[in-house]
Design a binder for this molecule. Sequence first.
Ligand code: XIL
Length: 345
Amino acid sequence: TGIKDFYKDDFHVGTILSTGALLKNDTKTLSLVAREFNAITAENCMKWEPIRPNDKEWDWTAADKFVEFGEQNKMYIVGHNLVWHSQCPKEVFQNETGGVISKEGLTKKMQDHIATKAGRYKGRLQAWDVVNEAVEDDGSWRKSPWYNIMGEDFIAKAFHFAHEVDPKAHLIYNDYNTETPVKRDFIVNMVKNFKKKGVPIQGVGMQEHLSIDGPGVEEIDKTLTMLKEIGVRAHITELDIDVLPSVWNLPTAEVSTRFDYTPARDPYTKGLPKEIEEKLAKRYEDIFKVYLKHRDNIDRVTFWGTTDAESWLNGFPIRGRTNYPLLFDREYKPKAAYFRLLDLK
Ligand code: XIL
């Protein structure tokens, strides 16, 4: 048994599968995942760039294995994702002569991509993250190529296309910083409008890439309350808790490119001190108490990784740091936070 069994009457508990674990058939990771979790999300292998590196080719190798693994273990399987500005080749937004593609051209490409990708796994996935991260932190539309070329309509279109292809899949809008009031208001309003206009959307994904210090749980609580009010299910889609000092105040160039092992930015290279381990456990506890309070409207709580070794936060937003955001350590052993979550009810 694992954490999934402890929360079986509340919500699914999920994690991601990396392309590496799937292709290498990394049984150490896969067996831990099968024991502990009953939901899986594709970390990278279903994104546009890896699965369709150019207009002519598709590479289904890892995605097929991902879906098979989920089926073998009777898991709630989440496709991530159909439409996103990131990890999407530039070529998508170009016409045959290398200029900016027309609105009609891009709409057609979007439809074709969704039809092929969601079509291949029709009836086998429980949910799709249909559109990822279309809203800025300041509560405005993200000026991505999708938005710039297709206008704000691109989001509703993506949901209609996905619904036509796989009518039983649960369709989700997914974003981060869903606790930031202006961003939350904007998303809630957008989804309310979608529901009014009959756009097929059933869920909102709160990514929950959180830090050890914030945001406050009352903001998480508020977002969950608002999602319930507008009649959509809540999915916690990418939970992890960054324990390192924030580097978001550094100049952008430095944040995205520098390897930096200075103690100020990477203080726990020799392991996480006991008091931070405890602080992390307490933070997970506080957050899960809020999830439990909203259990009637939460379908799933998915962690963005299983062990600290595989977490993307070792490299984001600054490369080369040693982070400890998850429930299992680098030896695949459960951490204090894991035991705390098994002691909550
Ligand atoms: C991350 C992956 O974990 C990394 O391996 C990859 O290099 C970048 O993307 N929001 C999302 C996820 O929706 O797809 C991102 O995953 C993390 C942020």
